[in-house]
Write a protein that binds this ligand. Sequence first.
Ligand code: ATP
Ligand code: MG
Length: 391
Amino acid sequence: MNEIILCKYGEIALKGLNKSTFESMLVKTMKRRLRNAGEFRISKSQSTLYVEPVNEESDVDEAVDRLCKIFGIVKICRCCVLEKDMNEILTKSLDYIADTMETVRTFKVDAKRSDKRFPMKSPEICVEMGGAILERFPHLKVDVHDPDVIVTVEIREEKAYVHAGQLDGAGGIPVGSSGKAMLLLSGGIDSPVAGYMMARRGAIVDAIHFEAPPYTSERARMKVEKLAKLMTAYCGDIRFFCVPFTEIQETLRDNCPEELFTILMRRLMMEIAQRICKAEDVQSLVTGESLGQVASQTMYAMVCTDAVCKMPVFRPCIGMDKSEIVEIARKINTFETSILPYEDCCTVFTPKHPRTRPTLEEVEKAQASYDFEPLIQKAVEQTRVEIIKNF
Ligand code: ATP
Ligand code: MG
């Protein structure tokens, strides 16, 4: 049976004059993400995008799965496409929705008739369809207030569409509509979630990772690349910057007070990240920090870290509990990879008693005791970049 996928967008519909810019960004993303799932035609009508498979090779299951991960889409319906003939609608569509109808107990029918020449009015379509459903699935009852499923019949210009229920889309606004963000990506649970949340609000996400070989292994870096790869299902292609950080960490260990090691390291990470942002026209930094989670994530520590930053630092996980972050990590499929036990440069030389209330004055003084500038420049120069592709 022929099928079509309807994608409804949420917040974009509320945009005023910019609406068409957002729409075309969304359509561009959809085309890109459906690449190699077969050919699809995309068209638009009244806050809905219609995704139509073109031939046998068009993989509708795969397309639905990918569309569910595109920001800007709030609901997705998979419909059967029928001739605009009530007899055909009453027979064939029931086969199509049978699997769903077997699993629910109550339903209601909703009819939309954009072709006003169609001989039946919407309420009549509802009555006919409702009757046919009750006859075919005798266990069902009608509930117009709180049904388990809504069966929708749409009579459009060319064809009729029928579906039973809709899937949740990814929400948010289209990637590309809010500027570029550089995510500090570690191998942990939190930073992939932070990147996902920024992309959900329309940011193009690049990632920067600091590695410290031989203290950190090749496999640790590969794990982070894998996380970036998993994120591309939502964010699209990601530019991945990998910074050699060993020399800076050894120098810190040898020249600065141990209890300030973590905070100084984080300041130097920010310093390097924002130089790369400047060169690459990226407007913000993003971390996976959550307030009070560890010593370097107290407000005192963040004051010291942010003092070196001349661009906004976004921390979308800041007010979330670990369990809430984990829930999102599971949903976006990064959790299982994040918990693989590889070392991170942050865990190398971890101080025994990190300061939870450092003052900016003492931190600046400690950092000034050594000239890090040449090392920073060298790290920036030796940074490698690769593009991690969605497919
Ligand atoms: P995560 O789960 O994201 O690793 P975390 O709870 O382990 O976070 P930290 O290790 O203190 O916290 O790191 C805080 C944040 O600093 C991370 O969320 C990430 O944004 C950044 N970060 C830590 N290590 C690295 C690294 N090696 N490369 C890039 N960014 C890092
Ligand atoms: Mg970590």
